[in-house]
Design a binder for this molecule. Structure first.
Ligand SMILES: NC(=O)c1ccc[n+]([C@@H]2O[C@H](COP(=O)([O-])OP(=O)(O)OC[C@H]3O[C@@H](n4cnc5c(N)ncnc54)[C@H](OP(=O)(O)O)[C@@H]3O)[C@@H](O)[C@H]2O)c1
Length: 340
């Protein structure tokens, strides 16, 4: 049996208590899969949700009713193909690839907090030659969420004025760059100490949420992209343009917001229902974009330099507890990575 090191989640609960570094059996590739030697994997809010098992509903949505399945956390990664299973043609051993490790929603362990991970070949993209593993690993889940929510009626046009609330987080820093690339002006809202790097990413106006209430702004926005999920539509109406859209990503702030049973699902469902008669709420797009397509688009943006994700800190697998603490502290701008 060939072994590898991996972070194993023993139960749902406090990340400091339920995560352990162990020697486990190295995975193999079945039909249509590849085994990736993981060079970097990201720590993000959805990883926190699955490790803590909160909100409870995620356990019945595929994460595992009694215990997390698989037991190794992690969803997105960048690495090198180590082996290919039968039926894999487009990707070969030695290719540098990135993406998410499972096809479905992010509320499920994807076993990337390990030296090797098995991934369906059809949802991967190749990493551009000018992009390193750490940069690539900072993109998949956050980039997917940003792109998936900037479509349909929330599509940004050149000349639009966009407000990004929570712009310094994993999703916000990517959304900011995607929106700037569309030719929009951006007002970025976050904590004062996190604002300067946002100017470098292209933000035109900066607001410290602890000092200024953006809903009292004199500006009018064509899109409010509320990553932090702390704004209320009722307050935002006065700063939305006539056809301005209000998009909420749904952030539980590591358990301090949202309900323990259902999280932000009820409020998100409420917004979806209200979108049927409220012009500021975009109609929900029920089909999520295919992951491979999104990864290829993100790869193209990494290659042409229009997307440069920020990496705040890197930890070896053995320091996963520190990485999870850093995530929850919210200090620093950009992604936190594990580098096996
Ligand atoms: N990043 C990912 O890869 C990822 C993956 C899966 C899901 N998601 C989902 O996407 C959402 C956002 O994730 P994220 O990673 O971007 O979160 P994040 O890194 O925690 O960023 C949120 C940002 O909002 C700021 N903020 C807090 N309160 C605010 C307020 N009242 N007004 C304005 N800004 C405020 C936070 O600053 P403070 O430090 O002051 O709190 C932080 O900088 C979450 O729902 C998460 O579940 C993200």
């Amino acid at each position: 049996m060939t072994m590898m090191r991996a972070v194993v989640q023993t139960a749902y609960g406090d990340p400091q208590r339920v995560l352990e570094l162990r020697e486990v059996e190295r995975p193999t590739a079945s039909h249509g899969e590849v085994v990736v030697r993981v060079h970097a994997t990201s720590v993000h809010a959805d990883v926190w949700h699955v490790v803590t098992g909160l909100p409870y509903v995620l356990r019945w949505m595929g994460a595992g009713a009694k215990r997390p399945t698989p037991a190794i956390p992690g969803i997105d990664f960048a690495g090198e193909v180590h082996a290919t299973g039968p039926g894999v043609r487009e990707i070969g051993v030695g290719d540098r690839v990135f993406g998410e490790s499972h096809r479905g929603l992010q509320w499920k362990n994807g076993a990337t907090f390990a030296e090797f991970a098995t991934v369906p070949a059809s949802i991967l993209a190749k990493i551009p030659v000018n992009v390193d593993f750490a940069t690539a690993a900072a993109v998949p889940t956050a980039g997917y969420i940003a792109l998936a929510n900037l479509r349909g009626e929330a599509t940004v046009q050149p000349g639009h004025h966009v407000l990004i609330n929570g712009a310094a987080g994993g999703v916000g820093t990517i959304a900011l760059q995607l929106v700037k690339a569309q030719g929009a002006a951006v007002t970025a809202v976050d904590r004062a100490d996190k604002l300067p790097p946002l100017r470098q990413l292209g933000a035109d106006h900066l607001i410290d949420y602890q000092r200024e209430d953006v809903t009292r702004s004199a500006s009018r926005f064509d899109l409010i992209f509320d990553v932090a999920s702390t704004l209320r539509l009722a307050d935002c109406r006065r700063i939305l343009s006539e056809r301005g859209r209000f998009v909420v990503i749904g952030h539980d702030h590591y358990g301090s917001q949202g309900r323990r049973l259902l999280g932000s699902i009820p409020s998100m469902m409420g917004l979806m229902l209200r979108s049927l008669f409220d012009r500021h709420l975009p109609k929900p797009i029920l089909d999520m974009p295919p992951k491979a397509e999104v990864m290829r688009e993100l790869a193209a943006r990494l290659a042409d330099g229009s997307l440069t994700p920020l990496v705040h800190a890197k930890y070896p697998l053995s320091r996963v507890h520190e990485a999870m603490r850093a995530l929850q502290s919210g200090d620093g701008v950009g992604k936190i990575l594990l580098v096996p």
